[in-house]
Design a protein around this ligand. Structure first.
Ligand code: PXP
Length: 236
């Protein structure tokens, strides 16, 4: 299983002072040197963390794969088609949320998503849809022509009791199995940390985990290289 690191949280710290440090572009270099497989970055409409300058620079500097998270707003779509990352991950976005809450409703927004998947694919950009582990959403995702889904692991990460944790794990496992059976590739992420990641790693068929908050949070104390290496070690 591969590890994509979301470096937005570095930009959040920089934006606290609207300053120049810490630079998420530097963070991406260090994550890659420590062995991660891709860099994830979300250019939000409100620009609360990653700025346009970051995403253009990341495109030039990332040596692994740049996975650009984005909402389907006309402005951001235009930028993504200009930046041409390796992959885009389409996510829902609400102004008031602290982070991406809930998955994309592919059924409700089917036509719009399908058109955009087609445009991105035509431009040579792979598309992933960030969705809940729900059979109907997975089937609709497949019908849009997207190559990947990213299963939202937030409910699993938030589960408190053994019973709820095991129930959420089961949903992710069944969703992965179903997605693979209809020919769509699977990534997963959101809320994963040094404690709850091993159980996800046991699910066969998930190709990549996208993790940000826990790794960047740990890096404040142990350094980014060690934080990344510890996560890679756990995943093994
Ligand atoms: N995947 C997606 C689609 C996300 O929106 C996020 C959060 O930006 C992540 C993964 C990483 O989540 P976390 O920061 O909780 O590890």
């Amino acid at each position: 299983m591969k590890l994509g690191i979301n470096i937005d949280h570095v930009a959040t710290l920089r934006q606290a002072r609207r300053g120049e440090v810490p630079d998420p572009v530097y963070a991406a270099v260090l994550c890659e040197l420590a062995g991660c497989d891709s860099i994830v970055s979300h250019l939000r409409e409100d620009r609360r963390h990653i700025q346009d300058r970051d995403i253009y620079l990341l495109k030039k500097t990332v040596k692994t794969r740049l996975n650009m998270e984005m909402a389907l707003s006309d402005e951001i779509v235009k930028i993504a088609l200009d930046v041409r990352p390796y992959q885009v991950t389409l996510v829902p976005e609400k102004r008031e949320e602290l982070t991406t809450e809930g998955g994309l409703d592919v059924i409700k927004n089917f036509d719009r998503i399908k058109t955009n998947v087609k445009n991105f694919t035509k431009a040579g950009i792979k598309v992933s849809l960030f969705i809940e582990p729900d059979k109907k959403q997975i089937a609709a995702s497949k019908d849009t022509g997207a190559e990947f889904i990213e299963i939202h692991t937030g409910r699993y990460a938030d589960a408190k009791t053994e019973k709820d944790i095991s129930c959420e794990l089961d949903k992710i496992s069944k969703a992965t199995e179903y997605a693979l059976s209809i020919g769509i590739r699977v990534n997963a992420g959101h809320g994963l940390d040094y404690k709850n990641t091993p159980a996800i790693c046991k699910i066969k068929g998930i190709e990549e985990l996208n993790i940000g908050y826990s790794i960047i949070g740990r890096a404040v104390f142990v350094g980014l290289e060690r934080a990344v290496k510890e996560m890679l070690e756990i995943m093994k």
